[in-house]
Ligand binder design. Sequence first.
Ligand code: GLU
Ligand code: MG
Length: 602
Amino acid sequence: MGLLSQGSPLSWEETKRHADHVRRHGILQFLHIYHAVKDRHKDVLKWGDEVEYMLVSFDHENKRVQLVLSGEEVLETLQEKGERTNPNHPTLWRPEYGSYMIEGTPGQPYGGTMSEFNTVEDNMRQRRKEATSLLKENQALCTITSFPSTLTRNIRHRRGEKVVINAPIFKDKNTPSPFIEKFPEDDEAAKASKPDHIYMDAMGFGMGNCCLQVTFQACSISEARYLYDQLATICPIVMALSAASPFYRGYVSDVDCRWGVISASVDDRTREERGLEPLKNNNYRISKSRYDSIDSYLSECGEKYNDIDLTIDKEIYEQLLQEGIDHLLAQHVAHLFIRDPLTLFEEKIHLDDANESDHFENIQSTNWQTMRFKPPPPNSDIGWRVEFRPMEVQLTDFENSAYVVFVVLLTRVILSYKLDFLIPLSKVDENMKVAQKRDAVLQGMFYFRKDICKGGNAVVDGCGKAQQSVELAAEEHEEYALMSIDTIINGKEGVFPGLIPILNCYLENMEVDVDTRCSILNYLKLIKKRASGELMTVAKWMREFIANHPDYKQDSVITDQINYSLILKCNQIANELCECPELLGPAFRRVRYSGSKTDSSN
Ligand code: GLU
Ligand code: MG
């Protein structure tokens, strides 16, 4: 979530007084790190996933389900029994935004060998088991992206007014048109809510959502910058493929992903910064929320595709250049540092800039972008890392493993085959918008690079689906074309080779034990079938579940009882108490390799 420290948090007024101090020292801290480790190379691939969980409690008698605010307690026990007892404990637990949320990661990062892919799912299962074992009767640990039912919370920001989140309503047969929510006792809400939208007014509606993230250690700073750029173009595609959050505040929305909701929920820009009033007390107009897609590529090959106006702190930019940092990295950092710190702890104001990095991390970790470029912590043996952040969390450990393994494998083929996915960054932003729409995975068309093999690549061309020119007349002269996710993921004869065929090609050339290969094939099959529509995304499956629920009146309203049935079903699926072939495929395909039973064809 960000830097969740302990201590005495300062008020916004006090924090604001220290904002320049935090930025100034944050930059000095970054410079210390940069100079110390800029030439570090030969780090090996290490990686890890982060799964965010919600704690819920079922009231079977009244058919209700609620969030349980016991995250802190559960976390304390998990840490006590885990990492504090045994530093090699296989799981690690951290707090998340809501007190009904916790976050779990593997205890140690995974390494670069193929067989590690076969341990991810077991580790996720262990996490689920550990946390579940601490819950009370009728409670459950869920991996759902957004909790469908009403949440109340009120947070005012530096923004000076409540946040405004308007998610489009899904218009069902009986949904009133226009759909207008009434807020008789709340003038502010009445004004801020838009017709045909679900209105939300607090940070919790956004940051209270859960996601699935992956962080990789690159071998050097330049490899990290290259991966950061390449994966940025993949964010909207994988987000749409992982879509899992169609419901908000008790209504069926017309979006499938959480992204825009979180973005609006932590949009702390003042009216001046949003361009609604002339600049007087603030320094800049800022075009995006702190939670949004990236605004600049970091690698040299990305430079020519940087076509988004970048607001930067000019002084910081100059200072970084003077310290020998190149333009691309300097503008990246100077862009992150246009933001104020959101929280500050009294005990953590005066720091040793050569050996601590809290001020840098304070700003860095409250820039929640699709990708995060992570310098090593001071005095550690950790290398330069990149975090992939757009994915929605899935119901089962199998699915979460599949998405994680898919993304990590993709980094391997990007590096091995020197693939190039870059397109103008403004096109990636357009893709982000499309990706959140209802059923974008099947209906959306996304800008994607036509020739992804820098200077030709025999291995990829040899995958059987040679690339030929795309017949889209209007964009024929461009390096990119509009493609469906099916084309991007599975390939299309004469149009695009497809990411999965390329991954399969890579796997054929790797030494992989049979068991691991079987797991990987099952993971890739899930991704492939979600992309083709043969299997549903979680979002689609949830929509169908609601649509077929006997209590649903086709009015876009999710009652407490419907919510109860949905979460109960999700929990059964997650704990393998029932099958869900339309979401996961036939069960036998997911069974671990056992000599003969598993079908690994197609
Ligand atoms: N829960 C947030 C999301 O769904 C991410 C918070 C974090 O950065 O850990 O994107
Ligand atoms: Mg988190």
